[in-house]
Design a binder for this molecule. Structure first.
Ligand code: AMP
Length: 885
């Protein structure tokens, strides 16, 4: 019976059946019989049952079976066998076994071979035999026996069943061989493999990598005799752009990538990158983002860093120490470094050339990791510009000036000397108010002070820093009842001076005790507000409260240096007990004054006494107990700013002039923070000391209305310095910090024109008219456009549109930090005639020039209108290029 051709896979192993037919010529006593199985299904069997006769030898033989690729075949026999004991009279002849034989041959030519040519495979016995009872009960005791034998030598074989006197029914014979089925292990595919000839043999098979993968180590497996794969070795890995899923290499989706075959699965594109196609091996960077050659694909795309900031130079003879702060943005990378560019510049020109090879850098010039470098062997008395570039691994993709900060300096400049004395003024629970003296040798304009402090009982390394532009600082958020150690140092363009010696102060649990009578707690900040001395019922009380009485024996008057409103102004010396002798200015009140004049005179002291700022004139004290009554202030060697500028016409660099403006703006910011409105800010009321430090002065109470030399009586009475005053203050006496900002813009103009008179010789009335019509002062010669722009903003008609002093300070600081922004000037025009006054960009209108006639009218020359038009000058644009000639 043919049962071959089918395969089945019990337990993952594969079995392949071979076709089996039984050959009729050899049936002998074997009979083909149909019987019903237990379920009453008819089945065909071969039966033999000659148990009564001895010496039985009945052969049932198969046709030739082609072995195909099989090397070892399995024969599964299902049969029933009669229990000899259940048959009467068969003792001695009845058997309960049969024999299984085979004969190999290359073709069916051994069909009639003699039985003796067959080789025995085994004697097969039944596990169970049946009896008469079982027949009656229709119980089929089926036995299943499997035997196997190697069949390598020929292309086929015969099988034979020898009965030696048993009662047997063969129900089925399956002949099969075993295969290890096609399998994928470690991304290598192993083909169907027929098991070996021996029961213990292993067939070694080499696998091939699945699609989109490559061999990492030769993949191998062994096919065991039982049809099972054993011992997988080696492996394949998915190619880049693919990942292993379900034993296959599947393509990475859009937005994902896989760069190396050794990586895990596909990964989402890192930050600031994308992939547009499937199977990406890397992701492209978003616009403006980059990857360096060495960046791993998993790293986000990054940007060049922003510029370093807070570049501070510390010049020491012909060496300079440069220190800076890391850029606010590192571009998202960790390989930030700095390069130093050194340029030697010719004084007062824009000409610079790279520094020579003899300049030494420590630790090095390029790829600096630290935020400091010292530069040595510079030339003496020479201007240098240093640029510090922040660079990282992607800088070369997008180098821009934004990544550099620069400083210009002169060698042989020395840093300021040490702050000698730090004192505590007010102590409240968690705040200490400190103040200190300027260093003996500031050696330049002091840009700021740095206060370093720490708890006395703590490690010095856990210090904190507060920076301030004034000679005082409120140190907040301290622990009550705790001792602190303070050090102060000053900074100029040449860098920081040494820290002062330690000064120790303790916080207390006390209440607010501030020298000025006002102290409000608002939004957790202590705000000090200026107190008008005239709000005191007794102005003498204000003088006592805000000004220190000085004993005349401490004062030495040396010479007269000026004439003030109330009397002479002298220079001299002041030596207070326990303090070093200092130069002072002494304002005196001339004899014969009235009590009101005395109070007016001293009111200036009660105003100045409330201020403490490096850009506000400092009050040393007053003499009121004996005559002459005096006000003692710090001595300002270079006297008033307007005179000083005229004397030094053209001698300063733009940076020095901006330094002067910055100092004044800082002083004015301090005043506006204290709600003090100056009302008479003008270059003549700014004093200059030997270090070019400018200080706001002239705080007399009456002078705005009565004794201002520039003052003009307005329609409502009282005198106002028209050229310096904002329109709303002239028209309806609205004096505010915003009107001080207008005046500050005029002072800027005075400074940049080295003391030129604002609006030249125009009359006050014409100035008022011109301003009303929207005209503004033009940029002085060589004035950077950025500064003139700032002036125009100070002169906005709407006072709310003008910048605040804090903004002005910030803008000037920005300009100082980026001197390149000061390079653009309005051109090489000569000092302009009033005719070139600019129209202010106010009220949203674009700056524009009026008609020739309008202009002539403004300057009172309207009768010449015809002359201009006949000469072909019909627009102001055509008038502008005209020379005086
Ligand atoms: P005053 O009336 O207060 O503006 O002073 C008149 C003149 O005295 C000023 O223009 C200055 O030349 C001079 N002066 C006033 N105060 C000082 C000072 N602290 N240091 C030097 N000179 C001063």
């Amino acid at each position: 019976k043919e049962v071959g051709g089918e395969t089945w896979q019990p337990g993952g192993r594969e079995k392949v059946c071979l076709s089996v037919c039984f050959g009729a010529p050899h049936h002998q006593l074997w009979e083909e019989v149909s019987i019903m199985d237990e379920k009453n299904i008819p089945i065909r069997t071969y039966q033999v049952c000659n148990v009564m006769e001895p010496n039985q030898n009945n052969w049932l033989r198969t046709h030739w079976i082609r072995r195909g690729p099989a090397q070892r075949i399995y024969i599964e026999i299902k049969f029933t066998l009669r229990d000899c004991n259940s048959l009467p009279g068969v003792i001695g002849t009845c058997k309960e076994t049969f024999n299984l034989y085979y004969l190999e041959s290359d073709s069916d030519n051994e069909r009639y071979a003699h039985e003796s040519h067959f080789a025995k495979i085994d004697t097969v016995a039944a596990d169970e035999s049946f009896t008469q009872v079982d027949i009656g009960d229709r119980i089929m005791k089926l036995n299943t026996e499997v035997r196997d034998v190697g069949v390598q030598s020929h292309t086929g074989f015969y099988l034979a069943f020898q009965d030696v006197g048993a009662c047997i029914a063969l129900v089925s014979v399956h002949v099969f061989y075993k295969k290890c089925p096609l399998a994928v292990r470690n991304l290598a595919q192993f083909p169907d493999t027929v098991t070996g000839a021996d029961t213990s043999s292993l067939v070694e098979v080499r696998g091939s990598c699945v699609n989109h993968s490559e061999e990492q180590e030769i993949p191998k497996m062994y096919c065991g005799a039982d049809g099972e794969w054993l011992v997988p070795i080696g492996n394949c890995l998915c190619n880049p752009g693919y990942e292993e899923r379900n034993e296959q290499c599947q393509v990475c989706k859009v937005g994902y990538y896989r760069s190396l075959s050794s990586d895990g699965g596909c990964r989402k594109c890192p930050l600031h990158s994308y992939s547009m196609k499937e199977g990406a091996t890397s992701c492209d960077c978003d616009k403006g983002y980059y990857r360096s050659e060495t960046d791993p694909a998993a790293m986000p795309c990054t940007r060049p860093p922003s510029a370093p900031h807070n570049l501070i130079s510390n010049v020491n003879e012909t060496s300079v120490l440069l220190e800076w702060s890391a850029p606010l943005s590192s571009g998202g990378r960790g390989d930030l470094a700095y390069n130093v560019v050194c340029k030697q510049c010719v004084r007062d020109t824009q000409r610079c050339m790279p520094c020579g090879d003899d300049v030494r850098y420590s630790p090095q010039r390029l790829s600096l990791r630290s935020t400091r470098v010292s530069v040595h062997q510079l030339q003496a008395h020479t201007n240098y510009t240093f640029q510090i570039w922040a660079v990282n691994g992607v800088s070369k993709h997008s180098p821009s000036l934004e990544q550099a900060v620069s400083v210009t300096l002169t060698t042989n400049q020395a840093a300021p000397s040490t702050v000698m004395m730090v004192q505590s003024k007010d102590i409240i629970r968690d705040t200490l108010s400190l103040f200190w003296d300027e260093p003996d040798k500031p050696n330049g304009v002091i840009l700021e002070y740095e206060v370093k402090y720490y708890e006395k009982d703590q490690n010095e390394r856990s210090y904190r820093i507060v920076k301030t532009t004034s000679r005082s600082a409120d140190i907040k958020d301290l622990t009550p009842l705790t001792s602190y150690v303070f050090h102060v140092r000053a900074r100029t363009a040449a860098g920081y001076g040494e820290f002062s010696a330690p000064f120790e102060f303790s916080t207390n649990t006390g209440e607010c005790r501030v020298r000025s009578s006002c102290c409000w707690r608002s939004h957790e900040l202590w705000v000090r507000i200026y107190v008008d001395p005239f709000t005191y019922e007794d102005p003498n009380q204000a003088i006592r409260e805000f000004a220190k009485e000085i004993n005349t024996s401490c004062i030495k008057i040396e010479k007269v240096i000026g004439i003030g409103e109330f009397g002479e102004v002298c220079s001299g010396r002041l030596k207070l007990p326990g303090k070093r002798e200092i130069c002072v200015a002494i304002k005196t009140l001339k004899a014969g004054f009235t009590e009101q004049q005395r109070l007016d005179f001293l009111s200036e002291a009660s105003v100045i006494g409330q201020f403490d700022h490096p850009n506000i004139i400092h009050l040393e004290g007053v003499v009121t107990k004996c005559k002459p009554v005096m006000i003692i202030t710090e001595y300002m060697e270079n006297s008033s700013l307007d005179m000083f500028l005229r004397k030094n016409d053209g001698r300063f660099t733009v940076i020095q002039l901006v330094g002067i403006l910055r100092g004044m703006a800082s002083g004015m910011k301090y005043l506006s923070d204290m709600s003090y409105v100056h009302r008479d800010l003008a270059a003549r009321n700014i004093l200059v000391n030997s270090n070019l430090v400018c200080k706001v002065s002239d705080f007399g109470m009456s002078r705005v209305l009565e004794d201002e030399p520039e003052g003009a009586y307005t329609t409502r009475g009282g005198k106002i310095p028209i050229r310096w005053t904002a329109p709303e203050a002239i028209t309806y006496r609205k004096f505010t910090s915003a009107s001080d900002v207008w005046s500050y813009g005029i002072v800027m103009w005075e400074v940049m024109s080295y003391g030129e008179r604002p609006y030249w010789d125009m009359s006050n009335q014409d100035v008022i008219k011109a301003i009303e019509e929207g005209y503004r002062l033009p940029p002085p010669m060589e004035c950077p456009l950025a500064l003139h722009q700032l002036m125009l903003e100070c002169w906005m008609r709407e006072r709310a549109d003008r910048p605040k002093f804090s903004q002005i300070v910030n803008m000037l600081d920005k300009l100082i930090r980026n001197p390149a922004t000061l390079k653009r000037t309005a051109g090489d025009a000569s000092r302009p005639h009033p005719s070139t006054l600019r129209h202010a960009p106010s009220e949203g209108s674009a700056p524009s020039l009026g008609s020739v006639d309008e202009w002539l009218k403004i300057i009172g020359l309207e009768q010449y209108g015809e002359n201009f038009s006949t000469a072909g000058f019909c627009s102001l644009e055509s008038v502008l290029p005209m020379s005086h000639e």
